[in-house]
Design a protein around this ligand. Structure first.
Ligand code: 1GP
Length: 245
């Protein structure tokens, strides 16, 4: 079957490490032109969402606009039930494993599930782990952030995610984080977790991205750099070049 998951696995086989740019639909400046540019520069898919998406109508509108201009998949990255749109190709169906609030572990997922089914979205079962503290994702998700220097805690959750059947795992430092996840933590998790390993938060240049790719990340997510850095296109292109095999 030709699914988004198969496409992602094939892309990983082909390139080793992929880059998924994250577009925030609440900040819709230039999204169409950004989507075109990232596709041209080698992004394998676009993530759309974030921890504070509240306007589902705007989200759906932006996705349908993006989809008329690019051919790579658009994958939802929801922070809540409001992050679901039928116009996307797939959804990271995430459980925030280290939240202290069961709503973010199974509650929101139950509320959203019928909508996902009716929308015919492909659900990619994803364990979501927040590392560190002080970011919007950490605050909104009421996470008990795993300290950056405690890879063993990340391993425990990652392995639990795998045994629960989650074929994707997202190690998240939080959008705009001052500190990105260390290659050491990625390497430790990689030794145990066998699914698709996504790493994001605070990744702003190709050197960091390369270290994370070498440590075993399958997908690098970049958001804030695209929004804030005037020189993002050349930096994005460098990231793609360095993380591929
Ligand atoms: C946030 O991991 C993503 O959910 C991307 O983080 O915005 O810091 O690139 P940045």
């Amino acid at each position: 079957m030709n699914t988004i998951e198969t496409y992602i696995l094939n892309e990983i086989k082909r390139y080793r490490t992929l880059c998924f740019p994250l577009i925030d639909s609440e900040n819709p400046k230039d999204v169409i032109s950004i989507a075109k540019k990232v596709e041209r520069l080698g992004a394998s898919a676009i993530l759309i969402g974030g921890s504070s998406i509240i306007d589902q109508i705007e989200l759906s509108k932006i996705i349908s606009q993006i989809k008329t201009t690019i051919t790579i998949p658009v994958i939802l990255f929801p922070g809540n039930v409001t992050g679901v749109s039928p116009n996307a190709d797939a959804i990271l169906f995430m459980s925030l494993l280290n939240s202290e609030n069961p709503y973010f572990i199974t509650g929101a997922q139950a509320l959203a599930a019928i909508g996902v089914k009716k929308s015919k979205l492909e659900a990619l079962p994803t364990g979501y782990l927040i590392i560190g503290e002080g970011t919007t994702a950490w605050f909104v998700g009421q996470a008990k952030g795993i300290p950056f220097h405690k890879p063993n805690l990340a391993i425990m959750y990652s392995l639990a995610a795998q045994y629960l059947g989650m074929r994707f795992l997202y190690l998240e430092a939080g959008s705009g984080a001052n500190q990105h996840i260390s290659p050491e933590m990625v390497k430790s998790v990689r030794q145990y977790y066998e699914g698709v390993l996504i790493v994001g938060g605070g990744i702003r240049n190709s050197q960091i991205a390369k270290h994370l790719a070498d440590a075993g990340a399958d997908i690098i997510v970049v958001g804030t750099m695209i929004e804030n850095d005037n020189n993002w296109e050349s930096k994005f292109s460098d990231i793609i070049e360095l993380i591929r095999k």
